[in-house]
Design a protein around this ligand. Structure first.
Ligand SMILES: [Zn+2]
Length: 77
């Protein structure tokens, strides 16, 4: 049974750490996985998180470098 209040809500799975719809009884990510497979899922999820964080850092450095170039260009113009 799906009630209106649970539509669109998610809960965090204690086993794999991923979020799944709150109206599901069992986690959609790890319900059919063995413990070892859950560990691999967690690891790959952490890697993805780290990759996106690294991308954010690189983008930040690019923005700072760009602003610094404009700054130097204005001084030496
Ligand atoms: Zn799970």
């Amino acid at each position: 049974m799906i009630s209106m209040s649970s539509v669109g809500k998610t809960k965090k799975c204690l086993r794999c750490g991923l979020r799944y719809p709150a109206n599901e009884l069992l986690c959609v990510h790890c319900d059919d996985l063995a413990d070892k497979e859950v560990e691999e899922l967690k690891k790959s999820h952490e890697k993805e998180l780290q990759a996106s964080q690294n991308l954010g850092v690189i983008f930040g450095i690019m923005v700072v470098a760009h602003l610094f170039t404009i700054f130097l260009w204005k001084i030496f113009k």
